[in-house]
Design a binder for this molecule. Structure first.
Ligand code: NDP
Length: 243
């Protein structure tokens, strides 16, 4: 493998499906001890059987759920805030419930987990790295994605502030910003060709992302190969954002 995470312990949220599952599996292949946090226990049992990742079932939508995950995880060197939800609603029908849930999972959980991991790293005088899984939709508007786009814009800004405040402690914080990725979430939102065709037409590489495309970018940002990279929001979008 390209990256060596031997002796390092990683926490990946939303590791049961899609992009998070691919990230957890890749980090484990590269030698990390991986704590896999997600909501559905059976997804994590399967992941453990196939990759050796340690399962932690928690609902990151609540503060208590985040605290439970932190307690179960132990000392973490590498954190990937990947868990996210997309509750699509036309703007005129957007509800406070969907907005609050989206912000809680996509932004607040990343803040609280980042805080807990960083405090522990600082106590141990140990370097670390954090990657937040944002989206191209932090930088462009998409119809029906009001809460989602707002949450990813917020996550990019959270990434920058964390990078500035944690950099002096040798903790790097970056984000990846994927285009449409073929996961359960991606298939839900984009399986209709009438919706996917115009999006595909704006991606110069002519395809959507695979979970592995995103996982490899995350692994790079976590690795020492990215030792001087801090505070970036890295598109994994085949050129969508420049088109
Ligand atoms: P999926 O819906 O396919 O998988 C999400 C995973 O996160 C599931 O394992 C899910 O568990 C878990 N999860 C969701 N909510 C919670 C919660 N409250 N507590 C704990 N775990 C939770 O999503 P993707 O893999 O597609 O997305 C992963 C990340 O990538 C998200 O942040 C998303 O916004 C981002 N992204 C996705 C894109 C795409 O097109 N797919 C494009 C750009 C960014 P369970 O199924 O049990 O609820």
């Amino acid at each position: 493998t390209v990256f060596d995470f031997g002796g390092r312990r990683a926490l990946v949220t939303g590791a049961g499906k899609g992009i998070g599952r691919e990230i957890a599996a890749l980090l484990a292949t590269c030698g990390a001890e991986v704590v896999a946090v997600s909501r559905s226990a059976d997804d994590l049992t399967r992941l453990q059987r196939e990759t050796g990742c340690l399962p932690v079932v928690a609902d990151l939508e609540t503060v208590e759920g985040v605290q439970q995950a932190v307690r179960a995880a132990g000392a973490i060197d590498l954190l990937v805030n990947n868990a996210g939800i997309a509750l699509l609603e036309p703007f005129l029908e957007a509800t406070p419930e969907a907005f609050d849930r989206t912000m809680a999972v996509n932004v607040r959980a990343a803040l609280l987990l980042g805080q807990a991991v960083a405090r522990d790293l600082i106590t141990r005088s140990s370097p670390g790295a954090i990657v937040n899984v944002s989206s191209q939709s932090s930088m462009v508007g998409l119809p029906n994605h009001a809460a989602y786009c707002a949450s990813k814009g917020a996550l990019d800004q959270l990434t920058r502030v964390m990078a500035i405040e944690l950099g002096p402690h040798r903790i790097r914080v970056n984000a990846v910003n994927p285009t449409v990725t073929l996961t359960p979430m991606g298939q839900r939102a984009w399986s209709d060709p009438a919706r996917s065709a115009p999006m595909l037409a704006r991606i110069p590489l002519g395809r959507f992302a695979e979970p592995l495309d995103v996982a490899q970018a995350v692994a790079y940002l976590l690795s020492d190969a990215a030792a001087m990279i801090n505070g970036v929001t890295l598109p994994v979008d085949g050129g969508f954002l420049t088109s």
